[in-house]
Design a protein. Structure first.
Length: 75
């Protein structure tokens, strides 16, 4: 497997994790990691979802501080 393909899969995984963080923030629904077996696998799942939360926070902070975005008056 080439390094480029591996990097592509890693970036795709971060995108999926970020979308899941957005779903959690907008709807309150989140993946239930208690369904994942105890130990390393659950730790990896929690870390994976945490990365998405971090990326989502970074994107949100950038949008809030940008002149190109404004708050919707409906909220």
């Amino acid at each position: 497997m080439s390094l480029g393909r591996l990097l592509h899969y890693a970036i795709d995984a971060v995108f999926v994790s970020t979308v899941l963080a957005g779903v959690r923030r907008s709807s309150g629904l989140r993946p239930d990691t208690t369904q994942v077996p105890e130990g390393t696998v659950r730790s990896v799942a929690d870390t994976y979802l945490g990365i998405g939360e971090t990326i989502f926070d970074m994107i949100q902070n950038t949008a809030v501080n940008s002149e190109y975005f404004k708050r919707d008056s409906k909220r």
